[in-house]
Design a protein around this ligand. Structure first.
Ligand SMILES: NC(=O)c1ccc[n+]([C@@H]2O[C@H](COP(=O)([O-])OP(=O)(O)OC[C@H]3O[C@@H](n4cnc5c(N)ncnc54)[C@H](O)[C@@H]3O)[C@@H](O)[C@H]2O)c1
Length: 324
């Protein structure tokens, strides 16, 4: 199958590219390299440097790649930027999505898979949220993910496409960009490897559902390519992708400190890493956010395979290798 991955040079997108290539599919990538990097891509995968906001550029890429399926990962994904600049956020996340969906419809793509977000759709929860939880996005970024799913449903019905929205929890792993505001694991790894303390916001009692990037990539590969009886033309299927398990930021920081310490000692550097410092609480940060991925298990046969301690060890090892 020919698959076009938008945002394929980014963190999650590049793991999806790896998974598709390993499964024998022909993959091309559309990315503007605003946060992604060519270095994330395996040799031989064509990269089209283009902006999804530009309809003519998107059309050219589709004409060159002739995809049977599209995996849409490209997005403006900073919540705080979306608050500061909702117009830019909507241009990339709504207009960009429509450009991709229009091109997918023109090319009669069989499936479109969209990176949605459980974190921003469900808001504060007390237990892992199922997909039936009412959406309550509070930031412009969250609103675009919610609206994005509505556009998927419209295009599915209007153009007889099969569409899937995967609502990720907090994704972490190798290749995550540590320079953004999201990606606490990447940010803490980078800080600790530089010998600096991780900065925990407020009291750190913020519980999140951390899922490993390559596990999320496997869910995308299944959603794009598996024979799924209910994923048929004219439908939108929304599925949570997460572990349902919570960790608070204080525990997470301690686990990352151990993982980074181990990665450094494997390199012959036995150092005592600094304890975290606490900054002010960020207004609006949710206390608890977890997703229930039972439906992804039932439909895709998907389950997370990498537990948090193992995933953090692999991630710390990757960041240590980058900074060596
Ligand atoms: N990381 C998470 O925890 C998480 C959680 C929920 C949802 N998501 C969603 O998953 C997707 C991938 O996120 P990620 O964590 O890999 O981030 P990322 O920043 O590593 O990947 C996004 C990619 O899209 C590209 N891109 C951005 N704007 C573009 C544009 N206008 N045109 C073309 N390419 C553009 C970037 O260069 C980058 O390669 C995003 O849609 C994000 O909203 C991520």
């Amino acid at each position: 199958m020919n698959v076009l991955v938008t945002g394929g040079a980014g963190f999650i997108g590049s793991h999806i590219v790896d998974g598709l290539v390993a499964a024998g599919h022909r993959v091309e990538v559309l990315d503007d390299l605003s946060t992604g990097s060519r270095d994330n891509l395996p040799a031989g995968v064509p990269l089209h440097v283009a902006d999804i906001v530009d309809p003519a550029a998107v059309a050219r890429v589709f004409d060159a790649a002739r995809p049977h399926a599209v995996c849409h990962q490209a997005a403006q994904m900073s919540v705080s930027r979306s608050v500061r600049d909702p117009l830019f956020d909507a241009q990339v996340n709504c207009i960009g999505l429509i450009n991709v969906l229009e091109a997918a419809a023109r090319h009669h793509c069989r499936r479109v898979v969209f990176a949605s977000s459980g974190g921003v759709l469900y808001g504060e929860v007390t237990a892992p949220a199922p997909e039936s939880t009412p959406a309550n996005p509070v930031s412009p970024y969250g609103i675009t993910k919610w609206v994005g799913e509505r556009y998927l449903k419209f295009f599915a019905e209007e153009h007889r496409m099969a569409t899937v929205a995967l609502r990720y929890s907090n994704v972490y792993g190798p290749r995550q960009n540590p320079h953004g505001e999201a990606g606490v694991v990447a940010i803490f790894c980078k800080k600790l490897l530089a010998g600096e303390p991780a900065r925990v916001n407020g009291d750190g009692h913020y519980i999140r559902d951390y899922v490993f990037g390559p596990d999320v990539a496997r869910a995308n590969v299944l959603a794009l390519t598996a024979d799924l009886p209910t994923v048929v033309p004219g439908t939108l299927t929304s599925l949570n992708i997460g572990t349902g398990l919570g960790a608070d930021v204080n525990d997470l920081e301690a686990m990352i400190r151990t993982a980074v310490g181990d990665a450094l000692s494997r390199r012959g550097r036995r150092v005592t890493l600094p304890l975290p410092e606490h900054g002010p609480a960020r207004p609006g940060d949710l206390r608890t956010n977890l997703v229930d991925a039972t439906s992804a298990g039932d439909l895709l046969g998907w389950k997370p395979t990498v537990g948090l301690a193992d995933g953090l060890a692999l991630t710390a090892e990757w960041f240590a290798a980058q900074t060596a």
